[in-house]
Ligand binder design. Structure first.
Ligand code: NAD
Length: 507
């Protein structure tokens, strides 16, 4: 039975009221459209240059205080943030659905990711370990210490409107750094709501400095202004490769640090020994889930020639049955593309696949009568005889290219032969193939999986990719080190002054 829902705009207002967020929508501000129906979801006022600069100088001031707060105490703020996120999980997830178009389960999963990274960061706040190093000189001690770095700028994309901020902010805060967030101009409400949730944690924490965390609402101009500001020690930017190409040289020219999390063009190899029922489920989730709008979405399927028709037929059948519609509706697995530009890119990529000699199934626009201004689509499958020009690009939509391979080395070569290097996987029960895929001469991606799809990473590992994906790593493992500066200290507790490498300089 189909449930009825209020209009997305009314729904968003109700959720914001439940979260206690006031001051929105700002009449006369910049219109934000909802992917569910294409109508105006809200209007927001952008920060002007003065407001942006004031937030940067407040963050610089906050840094001088926050860096001296003991790290476990800083962790207490992140613990409280995790608690507030747990309490507001349903409301924030509802806003993610309304702004980014994710189905309820994926939206809840995104907020869960925020909670998970908070838990990780709280533990980390007592484990910002340095090193002691054996000195070659008698009566000397050497050590390596990690100190807070400075204010961190987080630029985020529309498709993970809140988790990306949390990955960065939770680590940055325990590492002793203020955070300025420039969310996507397509998803300001989730950012404002997240800031309100954070402010509850700050109020309970009590004595955090003013300006420790702020949100700058704005478009590319606001991002560019912030990126140029030398007060922002680290720029963690998530979005398209085009954005990264603009941001990276500016940050490098001022010797700032950057973490770039850019576009992916992710592949799966399906080998003859693969468990096919598992493979098809992994393919359908990773290619069609989130309507193909994850940086880790599966875009290229490289299947052994003996199985390629069988696998393609099974995926085509699953695509044709996937329930597409309002992502608030129980049972729907595929929400809309974000906007007309996304739909146009989807159509152009299907045309390119045909021009490349492929046959395309699916890809129809759906629900046009109900939602003429929104872009719901059936996922598309492009069967190609060989890797094509169109397969070199990331199209942020549910279009899966399928090509055959003969031997495993060829499959790995096809997998690596794109400019991007985010996520990859192999479906095989052959241990030699699995290990070869993970070896130095195997996948060249930041993420390489065996018998799972390329999307849906856990927060415990470092997340990011090579080549045009930007080379950054965030979230788990030792990603925290990028948010700190490393200091090597040598202490002489002898009465002599021996020089390193035996150098003599006697006066
Ligand atoms: P986008 O590049 O259009 O925008 C991302 C953010 O960058 C926005 O906040 C935008 O305002 C800002 N921005 C754009 N140009 C800028 C500039 N010159 N200077 C400073 N800021 C600028 O990306 P999008 O359409 O929102 O997101 C989709 C893209 O993001 C896809 O390519 C996807 O693969 C990528 N993405 C990557 C990851 C990852 O972790 N690798 C995660 C999510 C999304």
């Amino acid at each position: 039975m189909t449930q009825s829902f209020p209009s997305p705009a009314a729904h968003a207002r109700a959720v914001l009221a439940e979260l206690g967020v006031s001051g929105l929508p700002a009449d006369g501000g910049i219109a934000v459209r909802c992917p569910l129906d294409g109508a105006i979801l809200t209007q927001v006022a952008y920060d002007d240059a003065r407001a942006i600069d004031a937030k940067v100088s407040a963050a610089s001031k906050a840094f001088r205080a926050w860096r001296t707060v003991p790290a476990p105490r800083r962790g207490e703020l992140v613990r409280l943030l995790g608690e507030e996120l747990r309490a507001a999980k349903n409301e924030l997830a509802a806003l993610v659905t309304l702004e980014a178009g994710k189905i309820a389960s994926e939206a809840a999963g995104e907020v869960q990711e925020m909670i998970d990274i908070c838990d990780f960061a709280v533990g980390l706040s007592r484990q910002l370990y340095g090193l002691t190093i054996a000195s070659e000189r008698p009566g000397h001690a050497m050590r390596e210490t990690w100190h807070p770095l400075g204010p961190v700028l987080v630029i985020s994309a529309f498709n993970f409107p809140v988790a990306v901020w949390a990955w960065n902010a939770a680590l940055a805060l325990v590492c002793g750094n203020p955070v300025i967030w420039k969310p996507s101009e397509k998803t300001p409400l989730t950012a404002v709501a997240t800031q309100a949730i954070l402010e509850r944690a700050l109020a309970r924490f009590g004595d955090a400095p003013e300006g420790l965390c702020s949100v700058v609402l704005g478009g590319r101009d606001a991002g560019e202004r912030l990126v140029r500001d030398p007060a922002l020690a680290l720029v963690s930017a998530t979005g398209s490769t085009r954005m990264g190409q603009a941001v990276a040289p500016i940050v490098a020219a001022r010797f700032g640090r950057s973490i770039l999390e850019l576009g992916g063009n992710n592949a799966m190899i399906v080998a003859p020994s693969a468990d096919l029922s598992l493979a098809v489920r992994a393919i359908v989730f990773s290619a069609a889930g989130t309507a193909g709008q994850r940086c880790t979405s599966l875009r290229r399927l490289i299947v052994h020639e003996s199985l390629v028709d069988k696998v393609a037929d099974a995926v085509e059948g699953a695509f044709s049955r996937l329930p597409v519609g309002d992502p608030r509706q129980a049972g729907v697995l595929l929400g809309p593309l974000h906007d007309k530009a996304a739909y146009d890119a989807f159509v152009a990529a299907m045309d390119q696949a045909r021009a490349d000699g492929g046959t395309v199934s699916g890809g129809e626009r759906l629900l046009i009568d109900e939602h003429p201004e929104a872009y719901y689509v059936r996922p598309a499958l492009a069967r190609l005889p060989a890797p094509s020009a169109g397969m070199q690009r990331e199209t942020f939509a549910p279009l899966l290219h399928v090509v055959p391979y003969r031997d495993f080395d060829e499959a790995v070569a096809i997998q690596n032969d794109v400019p991007q290097g985010l996520s990859s996987c192999v479906m095989t029960q052959d241990i030699r193939e699995a290990e070869a895929f993970l070896a130095a001469s195997g996948s060249d991606c930041g993420i390489a999986n065996v018998n799972i799809g390329p999307s849906g990473a856990e927060i415990g590992g470092a997340f990011g990719g090579e080549k045009e994906t930007g080379g950054g790593r965030e979230s788990g493992s030792d990603s925290w080190k990028q948010y700190m500066r490393r200091q090597t200290a040598t202490v002489n507790y002898s009465g002599a002054l021996p020089l390193a490498q035996g150098v003599k300089f006697d006066l």
